[in-house]
Design a protein around this ligand. Sequence first.
Ligand SMILES: *[C@@H]1O[C@H](CO)[C@@H](O)[C@H](O)[C@H]1NC(C)=O
Ligand SMILES: *[C@@H]1O[C@H](CO)[C@@H](O)[C@H](O)[C@H]1NC(C)=O
Length: 220
Amino acid sequence: MVLSPHDYYLLLVQVLKALMLFPTIERMALSPQGKLMTPLLCNFRFIAYLPLFLLSLLPEGLKARLIRAALGSIPSLDQFVVQPTVGLVVFISANAMYMGAQEMRKVLERDNTTIRNNLDKLIFYYGATDHWCPVQYYHDIKQDLPNGDFRLCEHGYRHAFVLDAGQEVAKMVVDSTKLPLHHNVTRLHRAASCPAVSLPHTLYSAFSYSVTGNINYCFI
Ligand SMILES: *[C@@H]1O[C@H](CO)[C@@H](O)[C@H](O)[C@H]1NC(C)=O
Ligand SMILES: *[C@@H]1O[C@H](CO)[C@@H](O)[C@H](O)[C@H]1NC(C)=O
């Protein structure tokens, strides 16, 4: 029998609690952002490959400056995201766009069975203005599974919370999961750079993990 990475993951890690942050676990293509992005990701993403390749040839400092300018509209931008974004945009964006296209095609109906079977371990944290996951999805799931722990963000954090609220969200995660202090979650980073993208689609798109120099704890 060949074990998949996901099987290994289950063998190695006993998951006590999983916190779904801004969970894109259903109907992604029907969300406002999904309606906009599905045709781009599925049909036109190849057009972006040449400009991205050309971008990759620029010197590091110039790339960082361009990224800073692109993210300039975010008032309290977390400076820690700039350098990883340079690497991400240039080397990983083709994969990220492919992943996005797959998400649009495959993240369809909510996986009620998996959620129901693990309901006591799951906490769902929905954004109030998440264009990948309208508030209606929060109301729907809360109504379908009245015993679940579903929370609606009251702080206005964006879907890409790592851009300016990584520390606040990390604190919220620690508070709501009562992790012992040595886990020391100082800042949360999100899916695109996560190596564990082989999790089942219901779980992987909302995958986040803590970074305190080394990766030591996973959040879903
Ligand atoms: C899960 O439940 C919702 C609401 O009842 C339903 O719309 C959806 O189709 C269900 N998902 C699956 C995979 O059956
Ligand atoms: C957590 O880690 C950060 C960075 O490594 C360090 O500055 C901070 O003091 C640590 N906090 C605790 C409570 O260990």
